[in-house]
Design a protein around this ligand. Sequence first.
Ligand code: GLU
Length: 487
Amino acid sequence: MSPSKVRVRFAPSPTGMLHVGNARSALFNYLFARKYKGKFILRIEDTDIERSEVLYIDEIYHDLKWLGLDWDEGPDIGGENGPYRQSERRDIYKTYLKKLQTNDLAYTCYCSAEELEIRRKDAIQNGQAPRYDNRCRHLTDEQIKKFEQEGRKPVIRFKMPEENIVVKDLIRGDVEFDHQLIGDFVIFKSDGGPSFHFAVVVDDIEMKISHVIRGEDHLPNTPRHIALFHAFGCELPLFAHMSMTMGPDGTRLSKRHGATSVNQYRELGYLPDAFSNFLALLGWSPGDDREILTRDELIDLFSIEGMTKSSAIFGIDKLNWMNGMYIRQAPIDKLTRLAIPYLQKGGYYPNGVNESEFVWISKVVDAVRGYLNCLSEIPQHAALFMNEEVEIEEASVEFIRSDEGQKVLQLFQSKIESMDTVDIDAFKSVLKDIQGELDVKGKQLYMPLRIALTGKKEGLELHVAVALLEKKKILQRIQTAQARPLI
Ligand code: GLU
């Protein structure tokens, strides 16, 4: 493969939020382009005027940028082969339609949607393929006149060749399609716009696309596309149909499985590098068992040969594990900046964070990051430090209500009161003193303090927690615990 020849595209339809399966297509195309020092093109397929919305185009830009995928040509930055929104390419499609009409490869069809639906059902009932029966291929002038007078809105169809078509797929090998199952298909709709099939092929020709890397759901469309390429006398791109993204139950990933769009994962606080690392491993493998891979490593290792035929399972446990790894490795300042909006959503720091607060928050983030799957979980972990009081779980009250527990709390309180600040060393030496003075150790010493200060029997190491708490809060919690009655 001559590197400069690689030209691939991501061609989303802006009819909804960017689905994680589509984001994976974008990522694979991007990795392929970068690996071969080719071009990655963004094309917006908005031929479905009713369902396409500008809002979703902006969302696509936002999500791709968040994932760190930059494109070389696209609607927002232009390029030699633009425009890159199909709605702005109508004249180009008309020119291509003329070529087909000149060669008698297209015709006008007057069948109504209702008629087509009835015939489709009949065909299924009779055990036949529900394809268009090509009946308008040979209309007489009189029939056409009659249909026109009836006010029917025609479409334009392409004459499919009557021979089987083999898709040479780089992932799936040769896949042969029986021409008898594929009828003449619509290339221009009754609203005067091009159909999806037509626009895709014209654009792939015009944009000199070398490889079409897209979801397996498009494989049945490919014989139609190949027939169009041939009709235009153009060389075929290479095709690679990726396996689909499935939920853990093996069905297509959908809302039933939870979050399905990139923006939802962004909002939940998955880190973009972790998320794209996770996506890269859906249906592709570097050939060994490495899982945490930097962007440069992904580019270096990526290959179409490494892509699997079997479907890829989107497993949230794996994503959580991977995100946790990235959270633990992230530079703490960066992580703190990312965490603050989540703390604010949780009700903390509504007016922003000053410098000294930032320093303290970063210590809290560092202390709890090992427990996080994603950043939206941070308020529940940070509450221990940020709330005035902690909620003491009922099952633990006995530790602070026992005589020994009360003695520990009292002595601890008096020792802390006389200190200026409570750091880890000071805390440890206070514990040692109490141990000596009251002759208690282990759980008897530790648990009353842990329960009073954190509310729970398990969790962060106590000295780490205490070092992050202000003296005032420590004393307050000890007092509250002393006053806590047993139910
Ligand atoms: N617009 C199509 C889609 O969103 C992609 C077409 C293609 O990649 O050829 O599914």
